[in-house]
Design a protein. Structure first.
Length: 104
């Protein structure tokens, strides 16, 4: 699992039938800043993820990739590689709160 930020959406009007109706998001994985460990920073990568929860732009989400993306009841029949499985409320490392959804 990875923490990622929703940076956009993707629309594909033509796609395989069992993907019809699924919202696609552009997500950018983040990681803990190795310099000071006080903030999340981008990894510089971008993925397209199927959104199962209604996440929106600017939100941090929890994603899973690969065969794990197809292990939920909702995604087991979908040809996907990345899925949003959670919307992040906060991230704590030790005693430090590095992200809080209510503070943004």
């Amino acid at each position: 699992m990875f923490v990622a930020k929703v940076t956009g959406s993707l629309v594909a009007t033509q796609k395989v039938r069992n993907m019809t109706g699924y919202k696609l998001l552009v997500v950018e994985p983040y990681r803990l800043d190795p310099q000071d460990r006080k903030q999340l920073i981008t990894t510089g990568r971008t993925f397209v993820a199927v959104d199962m929860l209604g996440a929106g732009p600017g939100e941090f989400v929890l994603i899973t990739q690969g065969s794990s993306a197809r292990l939920t009841p909702e995604t087991k029949e979908l040809p996907i590689d990345t899925v949003v499985i959670g919307i992040v409320d906060n991230v704590r490392v030790g005693d430090l709160n590095v992200y809080d959804r209510d503070s943004t």
